[in-house]
Design a protein around this ligand. Sequence first.
Ligand code: HEC
Length: 192
Amino acid sequence: MTPRKTVTGAALASLLSVAALAHSGATGVVKDRMGAMKEMKEAVKSVAPMMSGTAAYDADAVRRAADTFRRHSGAALTGDFPAGSTEAPSEALPAIWQDWDRFAELAETLGVMAEGLSRAADNGLHGAGGMMDSGTMMGSGSMMGSGMMMGTAGGAMRMSAEQIGQMPADGAFAMTTQVCAACHDRFRKDDA
Ligand code: HEC
């Protein structure tokens, strides 16, 4: 178990835990964005077993998941959050509109990650062979370290899609789900 795997696991667990909630009462824009978020959750679930090596790796499936993230990122995501739209059963926090720049930046970053993940799809998994150069980008292995992911996520989030596209697909996927988690931590009510 590398630190990277642990981080990915935690991020996934927190993403998937919301599945338990029933949100059948949602209407309008709240319903729309919940639908978009659920699609992204399904996309995460469709590739997570591949990324941890428990299912056969499928680059096309990774690209499809990346497309789903990209489609729901940026302006598509922020456009589903008109000011003050917190009506029940929404879990959106008012902090979204108090810190809109940060929220919008995370939405943009998701798009960059998704583009990077799509480019990285053919790279396969870390350690699968053929991607041994990936360490040279940030110094051997440092990109994969949990400190980078958790401690200075801002640094990782300023990476370009081209840079992310040089990574093994599981690394790019981990970074993508970090963006989901970062936004939820700050802007979504705790389910607990
Ligand atoms: C820019 C911020 C942001 C990003 C990035 C983001 N989310 Fe969300 N997500 C939210 C907010 C805010 C809510 C709560 C929406 C509501 O309840 O009105 C939410 C809700 C959800 C939900 C619950 C939907 C429901 O039915 O209540 C899931 C699942 C989800 N997100 C998955 C994801 C996944 C997977 C990703 C990454 C691929 C992601 N999100 C990226 C902000 C974000």
